[in-house]
Ligand binder design. Structure first.
Ligand SMILES: [Zn+2]
Length: 324
């Protein structure tokens, strides 16, 4: 019985994968992988159709996974579980978010770091360092192996490995005022990975308004990220950066659920934590992100009855000794 199931799955995967051109290669390293080759999510069997789609690629989990990200976070008191996915217009079982029952504390302890020009070797560096990187699909800061910044989920420790930006936001928030989901100008993802491979991503919305001042940390990142795809900044050594300054505060709520990476390979088993309080940026800063990568956001996926829990126990440590 089990064998038949396995064979069936393999056949299904083979059928899905064989519909993609043989030239398609890994997200991180291919020119085709930049979302400009006209291949849409809509062309992936099982993926929701969309006009806003822009992410290509032959990764089966993106198409057939049931715990995919991003999602629409339902903050209405509407408990009727069947809603319409605000982006895909497909029926979705999207229950209202509810208070977390297990109440793990969430503790952000990011430290300041200093830029290096060693490019891809940063992953082996035992010192506290980082590099500015244009991945080909996002503006990114990648941290060294020795970078001491961490996220604590209860007693579990997740080292920060990179942060990157999407514009517009990937998650949307359904409220009574925004029944089809509020989308922000952008979204920042802090990606944490433990030695055993487990992933936790912290999402921060970027709210842009002409009434807000320029965010100085985002400014520093935009100025130093190379324009050329799949490259590292090879000149900007010694630039101090404190990622804790990209956390808007501890006063808001945190929405947590089980999801996936939002870019191929779309791996599931990712613990998501999305802050309700956005980071304030200017419309010009969102435009600058757009100039790097217009629309590098994945459309919301069906929640499919997953529960989003609301977390309130957030603590943020700031590196007070230095002002960067
Ligand atoms: Zn992301």
């Amino acid at each position: 019985m089990e064998k038949h199931v396995t064979v069936g799955v393999i056949l299904a995967l083979t059928m899905i994968l064989s519909t993609f051109p043989a030239t398609a290669s890994l997200w991180e390293h291919s020119e085709e992988s930049q979302g400009r080759d006209g291949t849409l999510w809509a062309n992936i069997p099982g993926a929701p159709s969309t006009n806003q789609a822009q992410m290509p690629l032959p990764f089966a989990e993106c198409a057939i996974g049931s715990h995919q990200s991003p999602i629409a976070i339902n903050l209405t008191s509407n408990l009727i579980p069947i809603t319409i996915n605000p982006k895909t217009q497909n029926p979705d079982n999207n229950p209202a978010a509810e208070p977390e029952r297990h109440a793990n504390s969430l503790h952000i302890r990011y430290m300041r770091s200093t830029s290096s020009i060693e490019g891809a070797n940063i992953g082996k560096n035992e010192d506290n360092a980082y590099v500015f990187r244009n991945t080909g699909h996002a503006v990114q800061v990648s941290f060294s192996k020795g970078y001491p910044g961490k996220l604590f989920i209860g007693r579990e420790l997740y080292p920060l490995v990179q942060l990157h930006f999407h514009a517009p936001s990937e998650h949307v928030v359904i409220t009574d005022k925004h029944p089809s989901g509020k989308q922000y100008g952008g979204e920042l993802h802090f990606v944490h990975q433990r030695d055993d491979g487990r992933l936790a991503v912290l999402g921060v919305f970027l709210d842009d308004s002409k009434h807000y001042g320029e965010n100085p940390i985002l400014k520093k990142i935009l100025e130093n990220t190379p324009r050329k795809h799949d490259t590292y900044n090879q000149a900007g050594a010694g630039i101090a950066l404190d990622p804790s300054k990209l956390i808007p505060g501890e006063s808001g709520q945190v929405f947590t659920y089980a999801g996936s990476l939002t870019t191929p390979p779309c791996s599931e088993g990712v613990s998501w934590y999305v802050l309700s309080e956005p980071l304030k940026v200017t419309p010009a800063q969102i435009r600058q992100l757009d100039e790097f990568f217009p629309l590098n956001s994945r459309i919301v996926q069906n929640t499919a009855a997953r529960t989003v829990e609301i977390h309130k126990d957030l603590q943020v440590d700031h590196d007070h000794d230095h002002h960067y």
